[in-house]
Design a protein around this ligand. Structure first.
Ligand code: SF4
Length: 320
């Protein structure tokens, strides 16, 4: 039976400054089981990275504030933990890889030293054990162990991202959060890194939260999908449900319409008209209503709840 590893319940996060309040997350609900890969999809500004940073409590100090909700990880509410307890979880039980490998590595340390540093920080191992773990991690991501003495500038973009993944997995985390891990890479390297992540998920049984704006990436490797808009999950289900179901949130329909299709002949792609709403001044009712081609009277006034269709969950008044 699948066991829940991460359960985010009704999470609200604001970024507060003297001048304004940015409502970044507005009641996010997400569930991830052990060993599962969930793709969190949405446009820039939808709240994907804020969700990831909230899990690790890495929101900007005194500005990023969790105003409501729970983030249960293996049954413990992370929002209630003290900083010292969180330090034991970060890197060791939950690890994160960031978008741009070029800025995540230290240019003056060898890649081996950087992986060793992570292991030293979280595990009680002697020098020899650490060295053999560094070798093991590099080989795991397809880099010959002898290259551990090289510096980041001697690696290509794809190889650097592999090093970052090796670092993130070096303490055998139960959850790996990957924030747009392939966006900075060219297309062929993207495919290699994604295939490798999928293989690692099967090999290590690590749950993964993959943040992306690319539905193609999700279709390729994820078990579950959650679509985000203006700080809410507006549609979620298994990847099969999302890609094969007939019923969709109008925003998801728009996302699908924006992807080139090799089977259907289309002259022009249909972009989603308009822009994501200003998070300091979100619209009343459904947050997608100013852009929605199916907007009804009720949508302008009443915020829709999650509706369970035959296959999955959609937050929209079109479904009863
Ligand atoms: Fe469109 Fe209304 Fe559904 Fe919002 S609730 S997506 S405005 S139909």
């Amino acid at each position: 039976m699948s066991q829940t590893l991460l359960n985010i319940k009704n999470l609200y996060v604001n970024y507060e400054t003297d001048e304004e309040t940015v409502r970044a997350l507005n009641g996010v609900n997400l569930k991830l089981n052990k060993g599962e890969m969930l793709g969190l999809v949405g446009e820039t500004g939808a709240g994907k990275t804020t969700t990831a940073l909230s899990i690790l409590k890495l929101l900007p100090k005194d500005i990023g504030i969790i105003t409501n909700g729970q983030i249960e990880f293996d049954g413990k509410d992370l929002t209630k933990l003290k900083e010292a307890e969180l330090r034991n979880i970060r890197g060791e039980r939950i690890s994160m890889i960031f978008q741009d490998p070029m800025t995540s590595l230290n240019p003056v340390l060898t890649v081996g030293e950087q992986i060793a540093e992570v292991i030293e920080l979280h595990k009680t191992l002697d020098k020899k054990q650490i060295e053999s773990k560094v070798n093991e991690m590099l080989e795991l991501v397809g880099i010959p162990a002898k290259r551990k003495k090289e510096f980041p500038h001697q690696f290509s973009g794809g190889m650097k991202q592999r090093v970052i993944i090796a670092m993130a997995l070096s303490c055998d985390p139960e959850l790996l959060i990957a924030d747009e891990p392939t966006t900075a890479l060219d297309v062929t390297i993207q495919a290699q890194v994604l295939n490798m992540m999928e293989e690692l998920k099967h090999k290590l049984n690590t749950a993964m939260l993959l943040i992306t704006h690319d539905l193609g990436v999700v279709a390729q490797i994820c078990d579950k999908v959650a679509i985000m808009y203006a700080g809410e999950i507006i549609e979620s289900g298994t990847a099969e449900d999302i890609f094969e179901a007939k019923e969709h949130h109008p925003y998801t329909v728009g996302l699908f319409g924006s992807i080139p299709n090799l089977i259907e002949k289309t002259n022009r792609l249909k972009p989603i008209l308009g822009l994501m709403p200003d998070p300091t001044d979100l619209p009343q009712g459904c947050k997608f209503h100013p852009r929605c081609p199916q907007c009804m009277e009720i949508c302008r006034k009443v915020h829709p709840d999650d509706r369970q269709t035959e296959t999955h969950t959609i937050k929209c008044h079109l479904y009863k």
